[in-house]
Design a protein around this ligand. Sequence first.
Ligand SMILES: Nc1ncnc2c1ncn2[C@@H]1O[C@H](COP(=O)(O)OP(=O)(O)OP(=O)(O)O)[C@@H](O)[C@H]1O
Ligand SMILES: [Mg+2]
Length: 250
Amino acid sequence: MSFLAMRQVGFTFPGWPPVVSEVDWDVEEGEFHCLVGRSGCGKTTLLKLAAGLLHPDEGHIRLRDAELIAPGPALGFVFQSPTLLEWHRVLDNVLLPVSLQHRPTVAEIDKAQQLLAQLGLSAHVRHYPRQLSGGQQSRVALARALILEPSLLLLDEPFAALDAITREELQDDLLHMCRTRRTTVLFVTHDIAEAVYLADRVAVMEGGRIAADIRVDLARPRSAATRTSAAFIQHCARVRAAMHMEAVAA
Ligand SMILES: Nc1ncnc2c1ncn2[C@@H]1O[C@H](COP(=O)(O)OP(=O)(O)OP(=O)(O)O)[C@@H](O)[C@H]1O
Ligand SMILES: [Mg+2]
């Protein structure tokens, strides 16, 4: 059984047509999977199901061979907007998942500071979220998701609001952080190039179903040269074609 296994997963909000249908999806430990698809196709819903924030009406989801019941410390989540607490300083925002359990220890505070340093935020540890740029706030949300060293990290379009260059920097930061920790990742995005750059596999979602599953066999670590390589451009074309075919079928 895979690290994360979805079998025939279906989900419906009462009184509406199904939002997720017949999803089979396996993620092996340490892999990075991206989920792409048009607005409203069910990406956030599927990510919430993987997090245990919603429960499937049909099928089941198993994490490390145990039924997924509720979100736990093994799981980190970065939402579609950074959702930082405005009245907490950056350091306390990062430590929030710890503070919900106990008063942070000196070692945990050190760890939060190290994470912030790795993300280029050492100068902002004592600032409030409103004093940060959008990209900096996204980095704080990422540090907060990593503080408990989750084995599974779920990210919902975390960089969507950022300019192209900041976004590329954050993609590299994320790949580096997850590679050194062997974190398994599901990452939702609208952006085909972002998905191909980050992922080992790209799942294309359409109308609540996984319509295509594309393996990305580009060498790691990925770099600026990756983005201009012929293989990268070919992979992007394959994902684009899969998305387009589904749109035509719909
Ligand atoms: N609480 C809800 N009640 C009823 N329908 C909902 C609810 N939340 C989402 N939906 C519907 O479920 C569908 C999928 O929503 P979801 O948020 O998963 O889409 P998405 O692929 O993440 O879209 P986007 O790219 O815009 O974030 C949409 O049609 C949406 O209207
Ligand atoms: Mg969404």
